[in-house]
Design a binder for this molecule. Structure first.
Ligand SMILES: C[S@@+](CC[C@H](N)C(=O)[O-])C[C@H]1O[C@@H](n2cnc3c(N)ncnc32)[C@H](O)[C@@H]1O
Length: 265
């Protein structure tokens, strides 16, 4: 079996995303937008890649789709199973990696990913796997963070304090339409985009920073790393609050995102 050169990075991701569940209150409305944008229909075989607590999977199942979900984090998958059980939805959630999908070729009508596949270290591997499990004429649809907006800039700021390992692609590049065109390439047709906005409640930029530090994987990891460098941590926090202050308005932070849909040739 091939050795995964990014195994250590993925083990770190698995651990750092484990406290994400409370943040899924913010991704819940966005899941409805993605499922609508992808035009999910009853009976379709749908895969939710990097499903987290299953917000997209459960939303698709409520439309009558036959859904499976996959994520690195066993903690979040437990939450996803609980979410599915509450509406008696039969969704097969399994632990796995978007770069090595444990499904047969052409086994899905639609593959969805909400702020998920963008964390795979090698976009070309993730794209090849997603397209492999999609049937010809099937749809791929995903939501990602543009590099110039709140979360894209948060990732860039985080990377200045904690650079990713060599060879790991920056997640917000997935929010750039030109990069998306190039990555999906000639394997797809009918590429289309739509922007939407998530409003995250917060009493202040400081509250938002504390909330994100408690729940968002990359920030959890950064705070752990800077634990014995209080001045650097304070500097990061000041910069993060200044950034989020630009998107803060009437007790929420605006997190705009991009949705992409394409059809596999
Ligand atoms: C921001 S969360 C989004 C979760 C969910 N899709 C939602 O919208 O609420 C990112 C998710 O990507 C998962 N993830 C990161 N890298 C992954 C990989 N290589 N394969 C599968 N899942 C991955 C994390 O475990 C985490 O659940």
């Amino acid at each position: 079996m091939a050795v995964d050169p990014f195994a250590q990075f993925k083990a770190m991701q698995r651990e750092s995303w484990a406290r994400f569940a409370p943040l899924a209150t913010s991704t819940t409305p966005a899941a409805a937008s993605l499922v609508e944008f992808a035009d999910i229909r009853a009976g379709e075989r749908v895969l939710d890649v990097a499903c987290g607590t299953g917000v997209v999977a459960v939303t698709a199942a409520r439309r009558g789709a036959r859904v499976r979900g996959l994520d690195l984090s066993p903690v979040l998958l437990e939450e996803a199973r609980h979410n599915a059980a509450l509406i008696a939805a039969e969704i097969d959630f399994i632990e796995g990696d978007v770069e090595a999908l444990p499904y047969d070729d052409a086994s899905f009508d639609v593959v969805l990913s909400q702020f998920g596949h963008m964390f795979a270290p090698r976009p070309e591997v993730a794209v090849s796997e997603i397209l492999r499990v999609l049937k010809p004429g099937g749809r791929i649809a995903f939501s990602t963070w543009p590099p110039e907006l709140m979360i894209g800039r948060m990732f860039a700021l985080t990377a200045t304090y904690l650079p990713p390992p060599a060879g790991v692609a920056p997640p917000p590049a997935w929010g750039d339409v030109n990069v998306i065109r190039q990555r999906l390439g000639e394997s797809v047709r009918d590429l289309r985009f739509h922007r939407d906005e998530m409003r995250v409640p917060a009493l202040s930029p400081q509250h938002y920073r504390a909330w994100m530090e408690a729940t968002a994987g990359p920030l959890i990891k950064l705070v752990q790393t800077l634990a014995d460098q209080p001045q650097r941590l304070a500097q990061f926090r000041g910069e993060f609050e200044a950034l989020s202050g630009q998107f803060f308005q009437r007790n929420f932070v605006r997190q705009s995102y991009l949705m992409t849909q394409a059809v596999k040739r």
